[in-house]
Design a protein around this ligand. Structure first.
Ligand SMILES: Cc1cc2nc3c(=O)[nH]c(=O)nc-3n(C[C@H](O)[C@H](O)[C@H](O)COP(=O)(O)OP(=O)(O)OC[C@H]3O[C@@H](n4cnc5c(N)ncnc54)[C@H](O)[C@@H]3O)c2cc1C
Length: 241
C-alpha cells in the first residue's frame, strides 16, 4: 500500500499497447492499456499518466487520469472525450486496438489512498469522473466507512459514465449515496447554487472532505465557495483540467 501511495514515478516513457477500446457514447471512449513485459504498474487512486502526442517536430503531452483501480492490475484504463480541434484527444481517438502509445507517470497528488475518516463528498462532471472512480472504490472498500456521496453531472444519460456500476454500489451500500444530475450544460457551474444550499447554508458542520474534478474555472469557484465557508483547506481537494 505504501508503495502504491508513492507510485513508481517514471520519466522514461513506457510503451503501452491498447488492448481494448470501449465506446461509451459518440464522443467518449476508454482505452485499456497494457505494458508488455511489465508485471506491475502501480499507482494511487486519482493519479494520472502523461501521454506523449506525436504532433509535428516537437511532441506534446496530455494528462489522462487512471480510471481503473490499482487492484485491477493490467490492462489499466483511461477515459476521455473528443475535443473539437484538440490535438491530444483526436490523436488518442485515432488509435485502434493493437496500437501503441508512449506515456510517463503515474503523477499527481489528487489522490485518495486510505479510506476516509469523515463524511466524504465526490463531485464530478462528464469524463472528470475518471480519477474519482478509483477513489470512490477505495473509499467504499471498508465496511464501516463514513457516509459517502457522489454528485455527478452530465448533459444527458449517455454521458453519465459508469452509471450502472455506481447504482449497484449504492444499492448494496446504504452508506453510499449516488446522485446523477442531468443539466443542460452538464457542467459544475449548474450545481453551484445547489451545493451552496446543501453544504454551506444547510448546516454548520464543517467536518466533510470534498474531492472535486472538472474542467476550467468552475472547479476553482466551488473550491473557493467551500473553503470560504470554513471547510479546512486540506479537506477541499480538487483537480482542474
Ligand atoms: C491532471 C489532468 C488529468 C486529466 N485527465 C483527463 C481524463 O482522464 N480524461 C479526459 O478526457 N481529459 C483529461 N484531462 C484533460 C486532457 O489532458 C486534455 O486537456 C484534453 O484531452 C484536451 O486535450 P486536446 O489536446 O484534445 O485539446 P486542447 O486543445 O489541449 O484543449 C482544448 C480545451 O479543452 C479543455 N478541456 C480539457 N479537457 C476537457 C474535457 N475533458 N472536456 C471538455 N473540455 C476539456 C481545455 O481546458 C482546453 O481549454 C486531464 C487534464 C489534467 C490536467
Amino acid at each position: 500500500m505504501a508503495q502504491e501511495f508513492i507510485g513508481i514515478k517514471r520519466r522514461v516513457p513506457y510503451e503501452g499497447v491498447i488492448e481494448r477500446v470501449v465506446i461509451h457514447n459518440s464522443d467518449t471512449r476508454s482505452l485499456l492499456i497494457r505494458i508488455p513485459g511489465a508485471s506491475e504498474f502501480s499507482f494511487a487512486p486519482g493519479q494520472f499518466i502523461s501521454v506523449i502526442i506525436p504532433a509535428g517536430d516537437k511532441p506534446i503531452t496530455r494528462s489522462y487520469s487512471l480510471a481503473s483501480s490499482p487492484e485491477d492490475g493490467q490492462p489499466f484504463e483511461i477515459c476521455l472525450n473528443l475535443i473539437d480541434g484538440g490535438v491530444g484527444s483526436n490523436y488518442l481517438f485515432s488509435l485502434k486496438e493493437g496500437s501503441t502509445l508512449s506515456f510517463t507517470g503515474p503523477f499527481g497528488v489528487f489522490t485518495l489512498n486510505e479510506p476516509p475518516q469523515v463524511e466524504t463528498v465526490f463531485i464530478a462532471e462528464g469524463t472528470a469522473i475518471a480519477p474519482i472512480r478509483p477513489m470512490l472504490r477505495r473509499a467504499i472498500s471498508t465496511p464501516d466507512h463514513p457516509p459517502l456521496s457522489l454528485i455527478y453531472t452530465a448533459p444527458d444519460g449517455e454521458h453519465l459514465l459508469y452509471r450502472s456500476e455506481f447504482e449497484a454500489l449504492a444499492q448494496r451500500d446504504p452508506r453510499f449515496r449516488f446522485e446523477p444530475i442531468i443539466t443542460a450544460t452538464g457542467r459544475l457551474s449548474a450545481l453551484l447554487d445547489d451545493l451552496e444550499r446543501r453544504y454551506v447554508k444547510g448546516d454548520a458542520l464543517r467536518e466533510r472532505h470534498f474531492y472535486i474534478c472538472g474542467v476550467g474555472n468552475d472547479v476553482l469557484k466551488l473550491r473557493d465557495l467551500l473553503r470560504g465557508a470554513g471547510y479546512p483547506r486540506r479537506w477541499v481537494e480538487y483537480e482542474r483540467w
